[in-house]
Design a protein around this ligand. Structure first.
Ligand SMILES: Cc1ncc(COP(=O)(O)O)c(C=O)c1O
Length: 476
């Protein structure tokens, strides 16, 4: 293939990428070989303001410690597909059945993606199909629900403060927060004080509520799921069972967690978390639901599919089948386990006393500080993580814990010993936070205002930046 057709990374750029430099930014990424300029093809470097912001974000990602459990660093091949001419094409419909002309090649790409998605999870093509068009995880879930439910049908999903996702039917006493709780009648199930899903209570509630759909899957739960039990509970009322494996699809593909396909009717996923692909969504369905699901995605919920995303996903799904990816996921798990153990050895409470997947939930109540404060001070020193509800929280607005994940830093080559160091940075940050809180009191605003008065935070930030910068980041 003529490399000049491959945007955005040119051969020339690839050579500059091998040089060690601390500040390789957008200009070098987006330099087509064809340097002819026209008003119609301005380059990013001509928008100085925007280019600068992207450069800044590049540096932030490279120099910080990324512990947000839902994030990852995707590969260059994925970014090449995202920046390719595929972004130009309209292709409403499915391969071979499009509403627009000119889709001969797009059809090949989308079919490749479909085949690779089924192969990535070892699915029998007679029994399972997949729609690769959802723009993202939320739209995948809504399209799946819309395909099989009528408005006001009943659903049950893990409550958001228990680790579920908004799209699993979340609402509060004051507000129907997610549209999934406006269109459907939703009753949440919960985790118990031990941090594990309370399956007995779910069964009891399901017997009374008689949901048409039970959703399993989570955004903040450190344990594997008992799909067999979910299936038994779903069978009581003939409910559909859908697993949203957005967070852990990489672990399922690598066979490092139980297989939801054995028990579920539908499996949805994002593709940018542990799967390391582009931001997109997937809906796997048992073949008998093919028409309902496909028609719900288009024309039901979406217009033209994003074929640049679909190509990027096809690229990543090829990697998912390799031993390399399996090793990556095993390291993700080992690193999360290490983080949990290192935190516990320093006196932190970990929900469920450990983890079986890629994330750890840390309860900060015994330390006497909120998740919001730790999130904000960590951001100040370039550690990215998020506040999270933990059992016993009185207010969802001020959760008592944090969620930390290993996928992104594992992509950068972090091993267990590096995660011990990460925990050391985290622990030092918490200790400074406690000192600041003694002065600022309860107010988050006053707490943040104090950061500038603590030079040790600047010293810590520099150490973190120096440490993080030594790890691989795209072109090193
Ligand atoms: C379990 C789960 N489902 C769905 C989503 C939504 O995905 P997106 O943000 O791509 O819409 C998320 C996102 O964090 C998630 O954790």
């Amino acid at each position: 293939m003529n490399p000049s057709r491959l945007l955005p990374i040119s051969r020339q750029t690839l050579s500059t990428m091998t040089k060690k430099t601390t500040n390789i930014g957008v200009e070098k990424i987006i330099t087509p070989l064809n340097s002819k300029k026209s008003q119609m093809n301005k380059r990013l470097s001509e928008d100085v303001e925007l280019e600068k912001y992207i450069e800044e974000e590049f540096d932030r990602q490279k120099c910080g410690l990324e512990l947000i459990a839902s994030e990852n660093f995707t590969s260059l091949g994925v970014m090449q597909c995202l920046g390719s001419v595929l972004t130009n094409k309209y292709s409403e419909g499915l391969p071979g059945r499009r509403y627009y002309g000119g889709n001969e090649i797009i059809d090949k790409i989308e079919s490749l993606c479909i085949n690779r998605a089924l192969e990535a999870f070892d699915l029998n093509k007679e029994q399972w199909g997949v729609n690769v068009q959802p723009y993202s995880g939320s739209t995948a879930n809504l399209a799946a629900y819309n395909g099989i439910l009528n408005p006001h049908d009943r659903i049950m999903g893990l409550d958001l403060p228990s680790g579920g996702h908004l799209t699993h039917g979340f609402y509060t006493a004051k507000k129907k927060v997610s549209v999934t709780s406006i269109y459907y009648e939703s009753l949440p199930y919960h985790i118990g004080v031990d941090g594990y899903i309370d399956y007995d209570r779910l069964e009891q509630d399901a017997r009374n509520f008689k949901p048409k759909l039970i959703v399993c899957g989570y955004s903040a739960y450190p344990r594997d799921l008992d799909y067999e039990r979910f299936r038994q509970i779903a069978n009581i009322n003939n409910s559909y069972l859908l697993c949203d494996m957005a967070h852990f699809s990489g672990l399922v593909a690598a066979k490092e967690l139980k297989n939801p396909f054995e028990y579920c009717d539908f499996v949805t996923s994002t593709t940018h978390k542990t799967l390391r692909g582009p931001r997109a969504g997937l809906i796997f369905f048992k073949k008998e639901f093919e028409k309902q699901i496909n028609e719900s995605v288009f024309p039901g919920m979406q217009g033209g599919p994003h074929e640049h995303q679909i190509a990027a996903l096809a690229f990543q799904l090829k990697e998912v089948k390799t031993d390399f990816f399996k090793t990556y996921i095993q390291q993700v798990k080992a690193n999360a386990k290490q983080m949990g153990e290192s935190l516990m050895s320093r006196g932190y409470k970990i929900i469920s006393d450990g983890t079986e997947n890629h994330l750890v939930l840390c309860d900060l109540k015994s330390k006497g500080i909120t998740g919001s404060k730790i999130e904000s001070i960590c951001e100040y020193v370039n550690i990215s993580l998020n506040k999270n509800s933990v059992p016993g929280d009185k207010s969802a607005l001020s959760p008592g814990g944090i969620r930390i994940g290993s996928p992104a830093l594992t992509t950068r080559g972090f091993k267990e010993k590096d995660f011990e160091k990460v925990v050391d940075f985290l622990d030092r940050t918490v200790k400074i936070a406690l000192k600041i809180q003694e002065k600022s009191g309860k107010s988050l605003k006053k707490f943040k205002q104090e950061f500038k008065n603590y030079p040790e935070l600047q010293i810590l930030k520099k150490e973190i930046n120096d440490f993080a910068s030594t790890f691989e980041f795209y072109f090193d």
